[in-house]
Design a protein. Structure first.
Length: 374
């Protein structure tokens, strides 16, 4: 559910809490996310967003989360028996260092994120489905959100992760030329809460997590993007966990990564930080990056190895119609206008994940400045 009134409620609740951050809006449509763009004066390497890292013990959640969290996790495991309690990198604090968004991080586990951040979304959507409050009833509606209210009492949840395991996600927008026109690459994904719905997300999009026993070795946005680039764009099979050091180096021996790194060295591909976003449904942070590929041979070289791609032009219609027309397609290459704009009506909160929408908007704004000099 991404009802406009729900998005308006979250903007009302958090709009004044975000120091220098902005509620995500496009064409006066509110999305359930807040974003902090990367500074415009100089493009940043994605790893510039990472502050200090502290290996931490298991997250201690408030007692009020315990019983509903256990029930929620059991239900998820019935639906998805393969859920894996992998390690994660988590936000401890978020601030702006000389205008640059910076995340101070610790380690955590995926199930702790589910029974804290994802549980917040479940509580919110359940309560909103029962009441659907008008704006004047927003303060009263807040009283129904026991878990969220508990976190708010511990401090500003946009800048501190007290009381939850705020696992960090990464959403990367790939922009590339095909047949002389720039395209964005998106993927379709499901939701743990709306099991029959499909959403658009950027690709690769991932949970930032270590696969090696030495979690400090993979404390890198760039490395995590490379790993998921192979899996989500090219369909590489994820190896057994934890990785061995040999598997770590195998990523960099893959021809697709070597091709990309060669283009980066030549200046015809750039992986840049575009900003940080907060999914207001889950109160979970997202590092947003842009992979801008100027090399026209990238598409010609890789299209046969890529996962199946649906080419989409400006007449695609709504996001819902597009997802319904090609439900089995994992990837979509969306043609941009000469002004690097999406097709009209495609971007909507009902069919885009909050971090995906944020990464898409941040990346497009950034690429217009880089390519159109605006």
């Amino acid at each position: 559910m991404r009802h406009p009134r729900l998005c308006a409620f979250l903007a009302w609740l958090y709009g004044n809490e975000a120091t220098t951050g902005r509620i995500l809006q496009q064409n006066q449509i509110i999305f359930p996310a807040i974003f902090w763009p990367a500074p415009e004066n100089a493009p940043l390497d994605p790893d510039a967003v990472l502050g200090t890292f502290q290996s931490a013990p298991a997250t201690s959640l408030p007692e009020v989360f315990e019983l509903p969290g256990q029930t929620y996790l059991r239900n998820l495991q019935k639906i998805s028996p393969g859920l894996w309690n992998g390690r994660t990198y988590c936000m401890k604090a978020f601030d702006l260092t000389e205008g640059r968004p910076t995340l101070t991080c610790s380690s955590g586990h995926f199930f702790d994120a589910l029974v804290s951040c994802d549980l917040l979304e479940f509580e919110l959507l359940s309560a909103f489905g029962e009441v659907m409050p008008e704006e004047e009833a927003f303060p009263e509606f807040c009283e129904r959100l026991t878990l969220r209210g508990t976190l708010h009492a511990l401090g500003n949840p946009l800048h501190h992760a007290c009381g939850r395991s705020a696992a960090i996600g990464i959403s990367t927008l790939i922009i590339f030329p095909a047949e002389g026109v720039y395209h964005v690459l998106l993927r379709s994904c499901g939701s743990r809460l709306a099991y029959l719905d499909k959403f658009f997300h950027t690709v690769p999009s991932l949970m930032m997590q270590p696969m090696l026993a030495d979690e400090r070795m993979e404390y890198s946005v760039r490395h995590n993007v490379y790993r998921e680039y192979l899996e989500e764009v090219f369909g590489a099979v994820e190896g057994e966990m934890p990785y061995t050091p040999a598997q770590y180096h195998d990523i960099y021996a893959d021809p697709a990564i070597q091709y990309l790194q060669n283009r980066e060295a030549a200046g015809s591909a750039r992986l840049l930080l575009s900003g940080v976003a907060m999914d207001l449904l889950k109160l979970r942070p997202e590092i947003c990056t842009l992979l801008l590929i100027d090399d026209p041979d990238w598409w010609l070289t890789h299209r046969q190895r890529l996962r199946p791609v649906t080419m989409v032009d400006s007449r695609c219609g709504s996001a819902a119609n597009l997802l319904e027309r090609s439900p089995a397609t994992p990837l979509y290459a969306i043609k941009l206008s000469p002004e690097l704009e999406l097709p009209t009506g495609l971007l909507c909160p009902e069919r885009f994940t909050p971090p995906g929408a944020a990464a898409l908007c941040l990346g497009l704004n950034q690429v217009r400045k880089l390519l159109l000099y605006i």
